[in-house]
Design a protein around this ligand. Sequence first.
Ligand SMILES: CCCCC/C=C\C/C=C\C/C=C\C/C=C\CCCC(=O)SCCNC(=O)CCNC(=O)[C@H](O)C(C)(C)COP(=O)(O)OP(=O)(O)OC[C@H]1O[C@@H](n2cnc3c(N)ncnc32)[C@H](O)[C@@H]1OP(=O)(O)O
Length: 219
Amino acid sequence: MSTDENAAEELLRGPEGLGRRDMPTSWTRRPGIEPTPDFLAMIDALRALQDDVTAAVPPPDVLVDTTKTLSELSERLRAYAAPERDQLTGRLITVPGRGQTMSPVLHLDEWSEHHARGHVTFGRFYLGGNGAVHGGAIPLLFDEILGRLANTGGRRPSRTAFLHVNYRSITPIGVELQIEGRFEREEGRKRFLTAELRHGDTLCADAEGLFVQLKPGQP
Ligand SMILES: CCCCC/C=C\C/C=C\C/C=C\C/C=C\CCCC(=O)SCCNC(=O)CCNC(=O)[C@H](O)C(C)(C)COP(=O)(O)OP(=O)(O)OC[C@H]1O[C@@H](n2cnc3c(N)ncnc32)[C@H](O)[C@@H]1OP(=O)(O)O
């Protein structure tokens, strides 16, 4: 089993795990709806498209053609729109990236209840300027790793209350970066976590997050 599958199993485990029946319905999926390799291939193609659109400066005829094709694709997929509960993107916790393209794909290499380590590459889509990742994309990644850690180990669901990010040096696009997160402590409903993002020996950014355990019925 891959580290991502282990992490997913951990998330869903036990009477207090995220598989509980009182989990908010928006985070659960109806049984029987599973991603197919074709669905995941579509998501990968969309990631590549995001990078290519970001970089491209096409001539007018290519632009017109591309826009027409994209509009046709949108219309085709819109016919298959499902309610949130049945949506696949973002819910595929056994798959690196969870089948969504909003944040870069987080690959988990090590996982425990209190610690996570992984790697990630920000594509051209996430460019802010001068080869550096956009400052808004970095918290997405921190929220992803800390959100998973905050809600693992049979802990009841929690939401991010704050996420403080320090940008220590630029975060380069197109290279593999290392990320590490830690569950620091718990005080009642409050869970404090920290994370660092590194390129080799260079600390790019670090973060502290507070996650607050949801009360029953809290959305
Ligand atoms: C729906 C559950 C989600 C769980 C999903 C988990 C796993 C799913 C599986 C896989 C997914 C994989 C990865 C997950 C990736 C990301 C998950 C990230 C989750 C999010 O990204 S989610 C979106 C952003 N998030 C929000 O949309 C929250 C909006 N907000 C609220 O929903 C409320 O605001 C809430 C609930 C946070 C608190 O509200 P509340 O009424 O329950 O509690 P209250 O205000 O009393 O605070 C209690 C104590 O926390 C202290 N406190 C509160 N806020 C503070 C702050 N900002 N600074 C300092 N202290 C703070 C108080 O001071 C008090 O402290 P004390 O007890 O010591 O006085």
